[in-house]
Design a protein around this ligand. Structure first.
Ligand code: ADP
Ligand code: MG
Length: 694
């Protein structure tokens, strides 16, 4: 079957709805989807029944409210459609109420202290803006998840709220520019997903990968990514079969999987979809990650989504391509051809610049995690400092608006918005500048800091909210102005002047930038423990409150969840290291030492030269002693850490006390690995892992 035929075949899409629903019901549902109008229960009953009939035709026996709690993965509880009849049989039933709300027990999902156990009830509410779909015999209904008292416990609810906030403020701006026909503005998202594929046999033999998703030990093999021969290289048969299978699965689910290629590191690959609305793109990205794992299994491989599975080669990120689009199909970050369009573009661009500068901390902490800490600032991913790349052309325009020295279009004098046409801005400017965390790429911004295993909800909640906030300030000022063009000119010039410090076109990996950024007063939050407390700043609590995204309690609960999570991950990693070092590495090295001692004794009996054996024996013995000392230190430090009951203290303890000991332990083990015979080393090496898929 061709791709157009299979695309979306398992999705209760617009077309299916149109076919299966009575006209008036369809129209009513459409109003709910497009304008957020409440759905009447009579309509919900008809929709539910049609959905059920369609799903049963597709082989479904169950339905589930699919939601995104704060665990970072999706959750589902399956109920069957069966209802008993009086003659002892069953029929398949699904009511409007079952479609619209669900009541999973919420007590075991992270809530950061919001929900006391006596109020364990939570509920899920259907999100009709994201289509239901059938997977493995179950009808999946995308839903938002709240506590019974209405507090958000998930990632979808705030994302939808942030999209609403952005819509509201962007519409005000568009109106000022005379765009009365636009009814709706939505944020758009195309997340590029990086991942590793390794053979399941080597995976199974690594306790660290199984427990933590990353390797905690491993000396670099002679060949890593130096030759850069993997990037865009020809794809191995087994991998390309996986990719083909994955594409098909994703297409069936209506996911616009578009690009696939090898990445820089050995065994690393990427998949990018065609962008869609942020809400749908977020759901689709969750599904993509799940399908990657599942399809890999089918091919005897394991898909690693961790941000840094291996030290010494690149980690994986998720480039978050973001823009805003009108219901009339206009991309608001596309520079225009006429002076009026240009002025509008410059206003939206300026809003993003100001928002990113004022809320560097929120952006930074939206991508903070134990895994991503190994990546950011490690000369392979953007630094932990937030800055914006605009490219020379746009920066020239910004400068001429600010300074009025020489306009970018060659004319003398200050660039006059609404009079001057911007010079053509090349779409894919030649300098792609991979080192910038927040890069303008012609008609969208690419936020490159999110980690590969993240839900993209978090960063987009922040981007939508902070941009909405600035747009609100701009709209407030401009709506009051007597002369729109003069007011606009003054507003842009003032704001670009105030926030140009965030613009940086140079090399984000360089030491000089770190210094320069310090001089400019930009934040450099090196790790998660340092970043997370910024949640509590008044300005941050306020911006979410103002736009109805989070109450202060909801926001602080998220900080606590993130801190606890960080602590748990590092503690598990540390314990896994202790276990592997004591039970695998130390005994293996001892066994090798014993073998060498025997050999040396034997050789000595024949008067042979044993200097090499002796040297190696003492090196290994000293190394193993060092390993053991580091293990003991790590055990002691872990015990000491248990005393920290406050989340913030606990997170800092992990960052500054536990991680350094883990690094020492790893260094000792990696030295031993370099000196130990291959047959004795108790786990697959980096070479085995990197080149495991043939
Ligand atoms: P790369 O950055 O690797 O060169 P592309 O430029 O092709 O890749 O695009 C990367 C991603 O950006 C794709 O997922 C694409 O759909 C997405 N994208 C393109 N336009 C927009 C937009 N207006 N809004 C959001 N995402 C977009
Ligand atoms: Mg990209």
């Amino acid at each position: 079957m061709g791709v157009p035929e299979i695309f979306g075949e398992n999705v209760f899409s617009e077309t299916v709805m149109k076919n299966k629903l009575p006209k008036d019901v369809y129209r009513s549902l459409k109003r709910t989807i497009d304008n957020g109008e409440a759905l009447d229960i009579g309509v919900a009953n008809v929709v539910a029944n049609a959905m059920k009939d369609w799903a049963v035709e597709k082989g479904a026996t169950h339905y589930t409210h699919w939601f995104q709690p704060m665990t970072g993965v999706t959750a589902e509880k399956h109920d069957s459609f069966i209802a008993p009849t009086s003659d002892g049989k069953v029929i398949m039933e699904f009511s409007g109420k079952e479609l619209v709300v669900g009541e999973p027990d919420a007590s075991s999902f992270p809530s950061g202290g919001i929900r006391a156990t006596f109020e364990a009830r939570g509920y899920t509410a259907w999100d009709p803006t994201s289509y239901a779909f059938v997977r493995d015999g179950t009808l999946y209904i995308p839903t938002a998840f709240c506590s019974y008292t209405g507090e958000v416990l998930d990632k979808k609810t705030p994302l939808l709220r942030s999209m609403d906030a952005l819509n509201k403020q962007a519409l005000r701006i568009l109106k000022l520019f005379g765009n009365e026909d636009v009814k709706h503005v939505t944020s758009t998202l195309g997340p590029e997903q990086e991942y590793f594929l390794i053979d399941e046999k080597v995976y199974e033999a690594r306790e660290d990968l199984k427990m933590t998703g990353r390797t905690l030990f491993g000396a670099m093999p002679p060949k890593g990514q130096e030759l850069e021969d993997h990037y865009f290289g020809s794809i191995k048969t087994r991998v390309s079969e996986f990719m083909k299978d994955l594409d098909t699965e994703l297409w069936k689910l209506g996911i616009l999987a578009k690009t696939k290629h090898n990445e820089v590191a050995p065994a690393q690959h990427e998949l990018a979809p065609i962008f869609s609305t942020t809400n749908v793109a977020t759901d689709h990205n969750q599904l993509t990650m799940e399908m990657m794992k599942k399809v890999a299994q089918r091919h005897g491989m394991v898909c690693l989504l961790h941000e840094k599975p291996f030290e010494g080669i690149n980690g994986s990120g998720k480039h978050n391509n973001w823009s805003m689009s009108t219901n009339t199909g206009v991309n608001l970050l596309d520079p225009g051809k006429t002076p009026a369009d240009n002025a509008q573009f410059m206003l939206f661009l300026t809003a993003v610049i100001k928002a990113v500068d004022e809320y560097q901390d929120l952006l930074r902490l939206s991508v903070a995690s134990a895994g991503n800490d190994h990546r950011l600032g490690a000369h392979e991913a953007p630094p932990a400092i937030i800055s914006i790349f605009l490219g020379d052309e746009l920066e020239g325009i910004v400068e001429s608006i600010v300074h009025g020295e020489k306009a970018a279009n060659g004319k003398k004098g200050k660039m006059r918005l609404g009079v001057d046409v911007l010079p053509e801005i090349p779409r894919d400017s030649t300098d792609r500048n991979r080192t910038s965390p927040f890069a303008f790429t012609g008609n969208k911004f690419e936020f490159r800091m999110p980690g590969s295993s993240f839900s993209v909800a978090e960063p987009n909640i922040v981007i939508n909210t902070i941009v909405a906030d600035v747009l609100e300030q701009f709209a407030d000022q401009l709506e009051k102005s007597e002369n729109f063009n003069d007011a606009l000119q003054a507003l842009l010039s003032k704001n670009l002047k105030e926030h140009r410090r965030i613009i940086f076109n140079g090399n984000g990996y360089s030491r000089e930038w770190e210094e320069e950024a310090g001089k400019r007063g930009l934040l450099n939050l090196r790790n998660t423990a340092e970043a997370l407390p910024y949640f509590q700043l008044d300005k941050n609590i306020e911006v979410f409150r103002r736009h109805g995204i989070f109450t202060s309690r909801e926001l602080l609960s998220r900080m606590e969840i993130a801190q606890e999570n960080y602590k748990k991950i590092i503690t598990i990693e540390a314990r896994t290291m202790v276990d592997m070092a004591k039970k695998q590495i130390y005994p293996a090295v001892n066994a090798y030492i014993a073998e060498l001692c025997g050999v040396a004794d034997g050789k000595a009996a024949y008067g042979a030269d044993v200097t090499g054996d002796k040297a190696l024996i003492s090196r290994l013995s000293a190394g193993n002693a060092q390993l053991f000392a580091a293990v003991s230190e790590l055990e002691d430090t872990l015990r000491e850490g248990e005393r920290h009951s406050l989340a913030e203290e606990g997170a800092k303890f992990c960052a500054y006390r536990i991680l350094p000991v883990m690094e020492r332990l790893r260094a000792a083990a990696d030295d031993l690995e370099r000196d130990t015979a291959k047959d004795y080393w108790p786990m697959p090496t980096y070479a085995d892992l990197f080149f495991s898929v043939e």
